[in-house]
Design a protein around this ligand. Structure first.
Ligand code: FSO
Ligand code: SF4
Length: 539
């Protein structure tokens, strides 16, 4: 195996024997073969201009399944591979495509063993590309596409679509087979950023059309005395169905990690049994899930390989997979059937309390813009001197303590704009407010970084500035998995400069690609809290 797609790649180089995330060699290599097969499928789609609803759903979902902490089950990945090959063969048959096809579009298998053997071969491995810069740019694009695929999948489940985004994914995947030119690959990376913006916008539209605009909300961190179900990940549709099916069952529903922002949406407030948020960021789940006592539903990443002590209480759905975990059944009308989870909960003890109090959030674009006058007044009066975007992801590494320290040491005339699970490093700190405006404004999930961009653009207009980089905003962003890569490419496409990205720069960026990103966009990584505050013009 050779995987360096996330921030926790071993020694900031690559996982080569077993993933730090817990992914084993076979699953890792099968995921590479899935990407390889998707390129082959994209190649024949590109050649024939064929497109249908099945393709529109399958490609983003398959990309999603290869994101860090989503699917650890080799059988699931094998099924995705078989589907990619079968769709590809159908199209070849339909259009009588036979000759001069690249291996990605022509490899075949007879048994599952053939699939595994091919996955383990050098042909499929990322390191097959010997030129480090080409490899780096190709992987940057691939990871951006994985992120776009994940966000598209969420939007599509809510009935929102933009076929141009999938057509771009197809074009890009197909070009990844043939492109060898560094400049062209760089252009393709920037174009990936453009479609990342489009997909973030689409998902924002999907979420807000269905659930209303997030509004300022206090979320309880304590527990009630009935049994509970904990729901984690990003899929709001699953939460909706779970809340509806459990409303008279005598159990409470709690959010975990990236599901926390669901509390900010008006739609979910009508459910009296929607109790609050339990715990912190994803990597703490091995402790927190144990204490929760009730069943846990993982709708997306980040799943950590479960401990035997609570494994029988973890359920998966959508692209998530782990050997031995129970899958939520899907009813003929496409809705999930949560009855087994609800019955399971009824037999469990209530959750053990972890903490008390509440946190405040819901500062997505609509809410912030409704406070725009107040915010602008504070900016013009010098009471808010700087906004600091501290968005992105959390992770296990000790180096991420930097972000707590950074947030705590920020001068009192600064406001943090956050979203994603990065916020758990500081959202529970008492950082106070400026004339009633909290010093930490949480927009929501990682995809709500789109909200932060909307806020920045609105501020730029209100302050009569020409360029987004003239704003009093600094970016100190933490990343972990490939959705964050899509968000980063979106920010670069929008022209945001001087982002500090940490706790390390991606292992998949070659020295030359890092150099270009530094020269063109001013990207750098963290140093010390004091030094970075100076660099960002905060002190
Ligand atoms: Fe975090 Fe995991 Fe939302 Fe990610 S829970 S790390 S960028 O999946 O998607 O912020
Ligand atoms: Fe390693 Fe990250 Fe890949 Fe997991 S996803 S194998 S931790 S680089």
């Amino acid at each position: 195996m050779f995987c360096f797609q996330c921030q926790e790649a071993a020694n900031n180089f690559a996982c080569t024997k077993i993933g730090i995330c817990g992914k084993d060699e076979i699953v890792s290599d099968l995921q590479d073969l899935l990407i390889y097969s998707l390129k082959g499928l994209a190649y024949v789609l590109n050649k024939t201009n064929y497109f249908d609803e099945e393709i529109e759903k399958f490609i983003p979902s398959a990309l999603f399944a290869t994101i860090t902490n989503v699917n650890f089950d080799k059988d699931d990945i094998i099924n995705y591979i078989k589907k990619a090959v079968s769709l590809r063969e159908d199209i070849k048959e339909k259009f009588k495509l036979k000759d001069n096809l690249p291996k990605e579009a022509s490899w075949s298998y007879k048994t599952d063993k053939d699939i595994i053997d091919f996955a383990l071969s050098d042909e499929v491995r990322i390191t097959k590309e010997k030129n480090e810069d080409i490899r780096s740019l190709k992987e940057l694009i691939t990871y951006g596409l994985k992120g776009i695929g994940a966000y598209y999948t969420h939007a599509k489940r809510l009935g929102f679509e933009n076929k141009e985004i999938i057509k771009f994914i197809i074009k890009a995947l197909s070009n990844l087979i043939t492109l060898k030119d560094v400049n062209k690959l760089f252009e393709l990376a920037m174009e990936t950023g453009k479609y990342a913006v489009n997909v973030l916008e689409l998902l924002d539209k999907a979420n807000t059309s269905r659930y209303g605009h997030p509004e300022i909300t206090k979320v309880s961190l304590g527990v009630r005395n009935r049994p509970g179900i904990l729901i984690s990940g990003h899929d709001l549709k699953d939460l909706e169905e779970l809340l509806e099916q459990s409303k008279d069952a005598g159990v409470d529903i709690y959010t975990h990690c990236e599901m926390l922002p669901a509390h900010y949406y008006p739609f979910f407030k009508k459910y009296k049994h929607f109790a609050g948020n339990y715990g912190g960021a994803w990597h703490k789940q091995t402790v927190e899930f144990e204490k929760f006592n009730g069943p846990i539903v993982m709708t997306t990443n980040c799943l950590v390989p479960p401990k035997d002590t609570y494994k029988d209480r973890v359920y998966v759905t959508n692209e998530v997979g782990f050997p031995g975990l129970k899958r939520i059944p899907v009813k003929p009308d496409g809705k999930k059937d949560f009855s087994q989870v609800i019955e399971h909960a009824k037999k469990c003890k209530p959750p053990m309390p972890l903490e008390d109090g509440e946190i405040i959030g819901g500062f997505a674009h609509n809410q912030v813009l409704s406070l725009a006058d107040k915010i602008l007044e504070a900016v013009k009066a010098g009471k808010i001197r700087k906004f600091v975007v501290m968005a992105g992801c959390d992770g296990r590494h000790k180096t991420r303590e930097y972000y707590t320290e950074f947030a705590k040491k920020l001068p009192k005339d600064t406001v943090i704009l956050t979203c994603g699970c990065a916020k758990f490093r500081f959202i529970k700190e008492k950082l106070g407010d400026i004339d009633g405006i909290p010093r930490v404004l949480d927009a929501g999930q990682c995809n709500d970084s789109y909200s932060l961009v909307r806020v920045a653009l609105a501020l730029k207009d209100a302050l009569n500035l020409k360029d987004i980089n003239d704003l009093p905003i600094a970016y100190n962003i933490s990343w972990y998995e490939q959705k964050a890569v899509a968000v980063l490419l979106a920010l670069l496409y929008l022209g945001v400069k001087n982002i500090i990205l940490g706790p390390t720069l991606p292992a998949f960026l070659s020295e030359n690609v890092k150099k270009v990103l530094a020269e063109k966009f001013g990207i750098s990584t963290i140093t010390t809290v004091e030094e970075d505050m100076k660099r960002l013009g905060i002190v």
